[in-house]
Design a protein around this ligand. Structure first.
Ligand SMILES: NC(=O)c1ccc[n+]([C@@H]2O[C@H](COP(=O)([O-])OP(=O)(O)OC[C@H]3O[C@@H](n4cnc5c(N)ncnc54)[C@H](O)[C@@H]3O)[C@@H](O)[C@H]2O)c1
Length: 371
């Protein structure tokens, strides 16, 4: 068995490969070299990765004869800001980055989104490679070319579409990821099953424990399945005019929860998504679109892994349905004044709707708060 498998994101002359396997950080140099063709490389990472895995990456670049500089940023969502974007761009320019240079984003979704945005604007656009190191980044944010930062008006409101030239998803680096972060990423794995792959969901029901405990083969199969699904959605709808929006299952609720809790430590994004997916299923059941047993099955599986599934899991917080609705109305997924929801006809059968009556959403939120 080779140590990795290869998928293709088909986007014409911007197509690229996703490699999924173990040892990809240690072998990064030889995978990057043919794609970037002798370019000087600027590795953008955060201080957690710098401590744990940067030496391995640097060794592999050395072995491949690739000249590089590393720029280390602070970890955390706050780094996705104008302030850090400016500091990063100034640092890259001070290091004499030029058009024949490339950026390597080595980290979770925060580093990928920020470094990707920098790559899209420095010198009007440079090649970049994603080496995602969280489960969330491996199954979601590193594929598809969305980059961005947050502003005081909300998350991810400034950004660009800038596709990477290559994605290296090394499941081995996940061994150092804190369990809470791993679980938050697992919610996004479940999402792919719920959107369009009932078989994947059933497989996850039987394999989640092994995935979470670190079984390399299970992790690889899960990351591959998710990347294949994301690659297909991105190839069909690069700029999210339709099918790609299915990836937002649970996210309208999740963003409201995150906005209400100030994007703090109370809920990680994936945790809010877990609650949001259960709510999307509940809403669909209330609208007689989805069988109640599917709602119960989704909740049972997420809860069994240790993910939150209801608003009541925020110790002591007093929620307000109208405030959550306000956040939804301000979400960037609002189209022509209507909130877009991803609904389901059952596990693996998601569809987009802008026809949801907000009174039904309010009733759902009110009963979720009372639960
Ligand atoms: N661009 C997209 O399509 C897209 C999609 C989904 C999410 N996102 C964005 O992704 C971000 C969240 O990404 P995330 O969940 O990866 O968070 P993150 O990048 O903040 O990483 C989480 C934490 O884990 C640490 N870490 C990362 N890899 C590690 C490893 N292998 N071992 C030990 N520690 C490690 C990081 O330093 C950080 O402290 C959000 O900003 C979200 O908006 C973007």
């Amino acid at each position: 068995m080779t140590s990795h498998e290869r998928l293709r994101v088909a986007l014409g002359d911007r197509s690229y490969d996703i490699l999924v396997g173990s040892d990809l950080v240690a072998e990064a140099g030889r995978h990057v070299a043919p794609v970037l063709g002798g370019k000087r490389v600027f590795v953008v990472t955060d201080s957690n990765l710098a401590e744990l895995h940067l030496a391995t990456l640097e060794r592999s670049l050395d072995e491949a004869g690739i000249a590089y500089e590393a720029v280390v940023l602070p970890p955390g969502e706050q780094t996705k800001s104008f302030e850090h974007l400016e500091a990063l761009v100034e640092r890259l320019l001070a290091l004499k980055i030029e058009r024949r240079s490339a950026i390597v984003a080595f980290g979770g979704g925060v580093i990928g989104d920020l470094a990707g945005l920098a790559a899209s604007i420095v010198l009007r656009g440079l090649d970049f490679v994603q080496i995602p190191t969280t489960l969330l980044a491996q199954v979601d944010s590193s594929v598809g070319g969305k980059t961005g930062i947050n502003t005081r008006h909300g998350k991810n409101l400034v950004g660009s579409f800038h596709q990477p030239r290559l994605v290296l998803a090394d499941t081995e680096v996940l061994s150092t990821l804190p369990r809470r972060e791993l679980l938050a990423g697992y919610a996004e794995v479940v999402k792919y099953g719920l959107i369009g792959d009932a078989e994947l969901f059933a497989w996850l029901e039987g394999h989640a424990t092994r995935l979470i405990e670190g079984d390399a083969d299970v992790r690889r199969r899960a990351v591959l399945a998710c990347c294949a699904a994301k690659a297909a959605l991105v190839a069909a709808d690069e700029r999210e005019a339709g099918a790609r929006a299915l990836l937002n299952l649970g996210h309208t609720f999740a963003h409201a929860i995150e906005a209400e809790t100030g994007y703090g430590d109370e809920f990680l994004h994936g945790e809010a998504v877990a609650i949001g997916m259960v709510m999307a299923f509940e809403l669909s059941a209330r609208l007689d679109l989805c069988p109640a047993e599917d709602v119960a099955r989704v909740r049972r599986h997420l809860a069994a892994t240790g993910l939150p599934t209801g608003l009541d899991e925020a110790g002591g917080r007093v929620w307000s349905a109208s405030r959550l609705l306000d956040h939804m109305a301000r979400d960037k997924k609002v189209r022509d004044g209507r909130v877009a929801f991803v609904l389901v006809r059952g596990i693996g059968q998601a569809f987009l709707s802008t026809e949801v009556d907000l009174a039904d959403v309010e009733a759902l939120l009110t009963s979720a708060i009372a639960a």
